[in-house]
Write a protein that binds this ligand. Structure first.
Ligand code: SAM
Ligand code: DTB
Ligand code: SF4
Length: 317
């Protein structure tokens, strides 16, 4: 099979993939995956919330927004450099290859906290791990400084389709999101950009979000696929849980559209059975978040994940 890299997908093409009989979708996704990324190598990425809560944005899924009444929506001080690096070393010890750090910020501001962020990036890189940061919008200069500090990737998700976006967030626009992504690219830092399912969007919205991602040239190097974690105190707390097979379909379609990107099975794994997670790996997910917590919510325990990956017969890298 020859792999074709395309950036001209239509929403209809993508929706048709999402709607294929599951067996056909899985077959296509696996064929692409086995050709583009031989050997079922799964990257383990650990996450740490360096600055939790008190965020000015009103993302309706997020526990950390001051607009929501979740427990952690209030302000907490930013962690210091050494405790963050101690977590990074522990993650490496447990087998992680990437360390991702989150700041509940609308945007990065210059000053002491940003200097600490740069120091953390340098520190994580000096352990030999990849370093990823997610901290909202940034300027060209900040992106360049992060690149110079050795940042591997910057996470900034589209979350949903351009059409549905204003139902989910009102304090920023899709255009703001795309601009930040361009700044990160211009600075030469890899993109980590994906979205969430289960927020009340239609299948067409899912196709439309995947279209924006797949039509980026080059494709985002990392594509996190999240299932909504419905957190108490957020406007989405009563949302009907997403169906596991819908997450499998999202992963499979992302794999077909972006053959060489790292598709990361992200939030929502606690709600998936082991078998559904294995289907995601088979469909082309080649990374997971690893460690008992994501940013503020639970993730499967390390031992359970080790067992899962061994039972699936995939290689950890
Ligand atoms: N403030 C930064 C930003 O929004 O880019 C970084 C942190 S934010 C928590 C990172 C991403 O996590 C969000 O863009 C969203 O896609 C995902 N996320 C946050 N809360 C979630 C939830 N409850 N369920 C699923 N995904 C979630
Ligand atoms: C991503 O797409 N998912 C991660 C990471 N990138 C930063 C975050 C998931 C957060 C889930 C909710 C929480 O733990 O607060
Ligand atoms: Fe803030 Fe990010 Fe949460 Fe939105 S997703 S409220 S920007 S921390």
């Amino acid at each position: 099979m020859t792999i074709q890299i395309r950036h001209d997908w239509t929403t209809e093409d993508i929706q048709a993939l999402l709607e294929l009989p599951l067996m056909d979708l899985l077959w296509q996704a696996q064929t692409v995956h086995r050709t583009a990324n031989p050997g079922y190598q799964v990257q383990l990425a650990s996450l740490l919330s360096v600055k939790t809560g008190g965020c000015q944005e009103d993302c309706s899924y997020c526990s950390q927004s001051i607009h929501n009444s979740s427990d952690i929506s209030t302000f907490e001080a930013q962690m210091q450099v050494e405790p963050v690096l101690a977590k990074a070393r522990a993650a490496k010890e447990a087998g992680a290859k990437r360390f991702c750090m989150g700041w509940a910020w609308r945007e990065i501001r210059d000053g002491a906290p940003f200097e600490l962020m740069l120091e953390m990036v340098r520190g994580v890189r000096s352990t030999g791990m990849e370093a990823c940061v997610t901290a909202g919008m940034l300027t060209d200069q900040q992106a360049e400084l992060l690149a110079k500090a050795g940042l591997t990737a910057y996470n900034h998700n589209l979350d949903t389709s351009p059409e549905y976006y204003s139902e989910v967030v009102s304090t920023r626009t899709y255009e703001d999101r795309l601009e930040t992504l361009q700044r990160v690219r211009r600075a030469g830092v890899a993109l980590c950009c994906g979205g969430i399912i289960g927020m009340g969007e239609t299948l067409r919205d899912r196709a439309s979000m995947l279209q924006v991602l797949a039509n980026m040239n080059p494709h985002p190097e990392n594509v996190p696929v999240n299932g909504l974690v419905a957190v108490g105190g957020t406007p989405l707390e009563k949302q009907k849980p997403f169906k596991s097979l819908e997450l499998v379909r999202m992963v499979a379609t992302a794999r077909i559209l972006m053959p060489y990107s790292r598709v990361r099975l992200s939030a929502g794994r606690k709600q998936l059975s082991r078998e559904a997670q294995i289907l995601c790996l088979q469909a082309g997910a080649n990374s997971i978040f690893y460690g008992g917590v994501l940013l503020t919510t639970d993730n499967p325990a390390i031992d359970a994940d080790r067992q899962l990956l061994a039972d699936a017969g995939v290689q950890v890298n």
